[in-house]
Design a protein around this ligand. Structure first.
Ligand code: 5IU
Length: 477
C-alpha cells in the first residue's frame, strides 16, 4: 500500500469512528450473538463529503479486479448510495437490486438495463459472512447476470473471503477490521484490552464455507443428468426421486386435486406409470379414510411414484408439529414429501424435522409462487434458498418458478404449468413445460387441471411427460 493510501485509510477510519459508524462496547447482533464491536455505515449518508470519500476508496480497490464488467450494483441499502456515487463519477452504468419485488408477473428483481450473461461488480459496505453479497448475487443471477468480483469497504475478517470464493466470487476489501483496530489503538481511541476482546471475538465467530456439495455454475448443473445429481446426494429421499425420474424418464408430478377418494385412485392408476410423484391436498378429500391411504400407498408401490402432500405448513413450530403428525390425516405416516412456507421462521422447519427426519421424509420449501400478485419478495426467496442450503438433511429442494440454487442436490419443482401459457380466473398463471425446464432451468413440472380435466387423461399425461423430459434432455446436450 502506498503512503498516500495509508494516510487516506487512517483518516477514513478516524472519521468513521468519529461519526459512530464503528463503535466498541457490548452489542447484540441481529443473530443474537453478543459482540464487542458494532459497525453500521448507514450513517455516512449524513456526511456527504465522507460518503464521496468512501466511494472513491471503493473505486480505487476495484482497480484490482481482473474481469471485465458491464455495470456495478450496490448491496441494498447502505451500499446503494455508494454505488450511485461511483456510477456518477466514473460514468459506469448501475443496476439496482429491488429488495421488495413487485407481484409475480411484473416482478423485476433488478432495475436498469442489462443483457443475458453480463458481468456485474458488487459494491458492499461491510462484509461479515458474505451472505448479503450472496443474496444480491442470487437476485442478479435469476436475471441472467453473472458476478465474479465484489468490493467491500470493511471486511470484518470473519470468513467472507472464503465463503464467497466457494461461490466463485473474489472479494476485494479497502480495509480489514484488524487494520481498523490498529489505527484506532495507535490513535488512542481504543485500548489494547478492547483490541484483544475484538480479536478473540473474531476468532471464535468465524464463518466457514459450507462442507456441503460444492455449488456448480448454472450451465454445469444443466449438463448434469438426474442420475449424476442423484449420486451427489446424501439425502436418501432426493436420491430416490432422482432415481425414479431417470428410470421412468419422467419429471412430471400430477396434482390430484379431486374431492372424492375414488376419483383420486382412478386418476393415479391411469397416470401412475408416467409420473415420478403424485401431489395431494388431503384436506379437500370429502370421504377420507385410512382405507383410502392404504390404497394410495399400494398404487404408489405398484407404479413406483412418491407421495407429496402439498400442505404448505406455515404456523409456529409446535402447531406445525401437531398438524404434520396428528389430526385425522396423520400426514407423517404416509406422505414421503411435504412442503412448508418459512414465513414463521426457523421453528417450522425444526418442528417438521423433529418428526420427519427419523422417518426419512423430505421437505420442499416454498420459495416462489405461481399466483399473480403473490407477496413473496426477492429477499424472502433468497432467505428461503439459504435455509434450504443449510438444512439439506431434510430439505430436498424448492417449489419455485425459477432456478434458485446452484447446488445440484436441490430440486426445483414448478407448479402453474399447462401446455399453453395462460391463466385461470382466480389468479393462477401458467407457463409451458419448455419454458419451465429449458428456459428457466427448473427440474420438475407439477400439473393439475391440465391433466385432470382432460378428456384423455393418459395421453395428456404422456404429452406433459414427454414435453418436460425432452426439455430436460435438450439441456444435457
Ligand atoms: N400450487 C400452485 N402454485 C404455487 C404453489 C402450489 O399452483 O405456487 I406453492 C399448487 C396448487 C395446485 C397445483 O394444487 O399446484 C396446480 O394446479 P393446476 O395445474 O390445476 O393449476
Amino acid at each position: 500500500m502506498d503512503v498516500q493510501a495509508n494516510i487516506d485509510t487512517e483518516k477514513l477510519v478516524l472519521d468513521l469512528f468519529e461519526v459512530e459508524g464503528v463503535k466498541f462496547g457490548n452489542y447484540t447482533l441481529k443473530s443474537g450473538v453478543q459482540a464487542p464491536v458494532y459497525i453500521d455505515l448507514r450513517v455516512v449518508v449524513s456526511y456527504p463529503e465522507l460518503m464521496v470519500r468512501v466511494s472513491e476508496m471503493l473505486w480505487k480497490a476495484s482497480q484490482n479486479v481482473k474481469s471485465e464488467y458491464k455495470s456495478i450494483c450496490g448491496v441494498p441499502y447502505t451500499a446503494l448510495p455508494l454505488a450511485t456515487c461511483i456510477s456518477a463519477k466514473e460514468n459506469i452504468p448501475m443496476l439496482i437490486r429491488r429488495k421488495e419485488a413487485k407481484g409475480y408477473g411484473t416482478k423485476k428483481l433488478i432495475e436498469g438495463k442489462y443483457n443475458d450473461g453480463d458481468n456485474c461488480l458488487i459494491i458492499e459496505d461491510v462484509c461479515t459472512s458474505g451472505s448479503s453479497v450472496l443474496d444480491t448475487v442470487q437476485a442478479l443471477k435469476t436475471c441472467g447476470i453473472k458476478v465474479s468480483d465484489a468490493i467491500v469497504l470493511l471486511d470484518r475478517e470473519q470468513g467472507a473471503v472464503d465463503v464467497l470464493k466457494q461461490h466463485g466470487i473474489t472479494l476485494h476489501s479497502v480495509m480489514g477490521l484488524n487494520q481498523v483496530m490498529e489505527i484506532l489503538e495507535r490513535s488512542k481511541k481504543i485500548d489494547c484490552e478492547m483490541v484483544e476482546k475484538v480479536r478473540s471475538f473474531l476468532q471464535v465467530n468465524r464463518f466457514t464455507p459450507s462442507t456441503n456439495t460444492q455449488p456448480c455454475q448454472p450451465n454445469q448443473i444443466k449438463k448434469l443428468s438426474f442420475t449424476e445429481r442423484g449420486k451427489l446426494c446424501t439425502n436418501q429421499m432426493t436420491k430416490k426421486l432422482f432415481g425414479i425420474m431417470e428410470e421412468k424418464k419422467s419429471n412430471l408430478v400430477v396434482s390430484a386435486d379431486f374431492t372424492q377418494s375414488q376419483q383420486i385412485l382412478e386418476l393415479v392408476d391411469k397416470v401412475g406409470p408416467h409420473v415420478c410423484m403424485v401431489k395431494t391436498h388431503i384436506d379437500i378429500v370429502e370421504d377420507f379414510s385410512q382405507d383410502f391411504i392404504t390404497k394410495l400407498l399400494q398404487m404408489a408401490q405398484k407404479h413406483k411414484f412418491l407421495l407429496f402432500e402439498d400442505r404448505k405448513y406455515a404456523d409456529i413450530g409446535n402447531t406445525v408439529k401437531l398438524q404434520y403428525n396428528n389430526g385425522i390425516y396423520h400426514v407423517s405416516s404416509w406422505a414421503d414429501i411435504i412442503n412448508a412456507h418459512c414465513i414463521s421462521g426457523l421453528g417450522v422447519l425444526a418442528a417438521l424435522k423433529q418428526i420427519g427426519l427419523e422417518k426419512n421424509k423430505g421437505c420442499l420449501l416454498v420459495a416462489e409462487m405461481s399466483s399473480t400478485g403473490n407477496m413473496i419478495t426477492a429477499e424472502y426467496t433468497a432467505a428461503t434458498v439459504k435455509l434450504a442450503e443449510e438444512n439439506k438433511d431434510f430439505v430436498i429442494g424448492f417449489i419455485c418458478q425459477n432456478r434458485l440454487s446452484d447446488d445440484p442436490t436441490l430440486l426445483h419443482l414448478t407448479p402453474g404449468v399447462q401446455l399453453k401459457k395462460g391463466s385461470d380466473d382466480l389468479g393462477q398463471q401458467y407457463l409451458t413445460p419448455e419454458e419451465v425446464i429449458s428456459k428457466r432451468g427448473n427440474d420438475v413440472i407439477i400439473v393439475g387441471r391440465g391433466i385432470t380435466q382432460s378428456a384423455d387423461v393418459i395421453n395428456t399425461a404422456i404429452a406433459y411427460k414427454q414435453s418436460a423430459y425432452n426439455a430436460y434432455c435438450q439441456l444435457l446436450q
